[in-house]
Design a protein around this ligand. Structure first.
Ligand SMILES: NC(=O)c1ccc[n+]([C@@H]2O[C@H](COP(=O)([O-])OP(=O)(O)OC[C@H]3O[C@@H](n4cnc5c(N)ncnc54)[C@H](O)[C@@H]3O)[C@@H](O)[C@H]2O)c1
Length: 324
């Protein structure tokens, strides 16, 4: 199938323009793209405009692409009209399986009419595409492109196809997102909740357990993250963080030292058995994440970045308090 380079995608259709759809629209506009939107709500246009206006100062601060124009957006009376003339489709309708099934079937047809290489990406928070694509005559161009709120500031997008998604469509969605500056994880298997939501959910469920059992207040839980591990996570993810927790011995020492704690009742989630294979995979993964950099360099990087993040958060809070 002849594919145009993703750099030739100049117009994106945003189907559903609520919190996420409008956030996507703002990001696409900031990357210099045009947006064709559809949303059945009577006040959709006003809400969309408000989100874009509110996002634009932050997007300007981050740097706009040449030609970026917050007004390069139009709303259309039907989804098909919005998709027509678009090179990529981002669906952000409500998280309702029946609704997604019907809508994605319609969008697949409209995208095929718009061009042979037009992909439809769903912002779904957790439905596998195999479950959402059941009504589509041709589901080959349907993929998940899961963002984080707000999509104009958080770089991560998780991309994964369903059983009937064509490999070209998943690759094209990932390439397009990368081209516009997103950090893409291209998953090779469907996993409910993808990767990041599963991790968020693990913390969330444990937090709810602790509140329900009277063990911690929501404030304590929030502060335990924002004044604790949350300060390291913008710099190093949970695996590299624990690599540093092992000191000079890195992940290997950390696992050998704290491995037995996995049997302690520190969480309601059942821990996996720490097999030799899992241990070795984690050690090797930490080395990949470290990119060959020595521990002292990683520690210095973490410390510099944590201080910078703390200052930035404090400044942002003080500025916000001044405005309220
Ligand atoms: N809110 C989040 O933090 C978040 C994060 C990542 C992904 N998502 C996903 O993004 C999608 C949208 O969520 P949201 O938070 O923007 O919801 P939202 O309620 O803010 O927006 C949904 C929009 O869809 C419109 N809509 C209603 N019926 C529609 C239809 N048949 N076709 C098209 N649009 C329709 C509504 O009018 C509304 O403007 C969901 O799949 C959700 O799981 C949400």
């Amino acid at each position: 199938m002849p594919e145009r380079p993703v750099s030739e995608i100049r117009t994106v259709a945003c189907i559903g323009a609520g919190v996420i759809g409008a956030g996507w629209a703002a990001y696409f506009l900031a990357r210099g793209l045009r947006v064709r939107a559809w949303d059945p709500a009577p006040d959709a246009e006003d809400k969309l405009r408000r989100v874009i206006d509110a996002a634009w100062p932050a997007l300007t601060e981050l740097g706009l692409a040449d030609g970026a124009d917050p007004h390069a957006i139009a709303l259309f009376p039907t989804a098909a009209e919005a998709v027509s003339g678009s090179g990529f489709v981002q669906e952000s309708a409500p998280e309702d399986l029946d609704l997604k099934r019907a809508l994605l079937a319609e969008l697949a047809d409209a995208a095929a009419a718009a061009g042979p290489d037009v992909v439809v990406a769903s912002s779904t928070s957790g439905y596998p595409m195999t479950d959402m694509a059941t009504d589509a005559t041709d589901p080959s161009r349907l993929v998940v492109g899961h963002p984080f709120n707000p999509p104009y500031l958080i770089p991560l997008v998780e991309v994964v196809g369903g059983e009937q998604t064509a490999a070209w469509a998943t690759a094209r969605a990932a390439a397009f997102y990368r081209h516009i500056g997103k950090s893409v994880i291209e998953m090779d298997q469907e996993l409910p909740g993808f990767i990041a939501n599963r991790l968020q959910e693990a913390i969330w469920r444990e937090a709810l357990h602790m509140v329900a059992a009277g063990e911690a207040t929501p404030e304590e839980i929030d502060r335990s993250i924002t004044d604790g591990p949350g300060l390291r996570w913008p710099v190093h993810g949970p695996c590299l963080t624990f690599h540093l927790a092992g000191g000079e011995g890195g992940m290997a020492h950390m696992l050998d030292h704290f491995g037995p704690s996995l049997q302690s009742p520190w969480t309601r989630l059942e821990a996996p058995e720490l097999t030799r294979e899992l241990r070795d995979d984690m050690v090797a993964g930490a080395e990949v994440s470290a990119g060959g950099r020595p521990m002292a360099e990683l520690v210095a990087e973490r410390d510099r970045a944590v201080i910078a993040v703390r200052r930035a958060v404090q400044e942002a809070r003080a500025a916000g308090a001044g405005h309220s």
